[in-house]
Design a protein around this ligand. Sequence first.
Ligand code: ZN
Length: 136
Amino acid sequence: MKIVQKDFRVSTRSRNQMIDITSQVESLVSKSGITNGDAIVYCPHTTAAITINENADPSVPHDIILALEQLVPHRDPGYRHTEGNSDAHCKSSMIGCSRQVLIRNKSLDLGTWQGVFFCEFDGPRNRKVIVQIRGE
Ligand code: ZN
């Protein structure tokens, strides 16, 4: 089994934002030389996350952000963390900092409507995404 690890940067523009990173991940997979296996897409941040969801209709990421903001408000008198970004830490843990995607025939085996998203919850910032590609 071969393992390739690469990373790339993502510049976010809003406090809460979902950015489609499917093409960046797909490009690393095609350069990896791996035909079948999997890719782990990971972000080493405590106020960001990685998810897979619909990338055809931009209303979907909008509505996910809206729902998360309603579930976890930016300000709450009960928060103790003094940085003022407790909501971002909560959303990061709710969504999770990595996703695994299968690779088949040198490309990501995503569904028709699926894309890989970087989720920013405390932007704007310059972020890092690490991709580990494993297989043969
Ligand atoms: Zn914090």
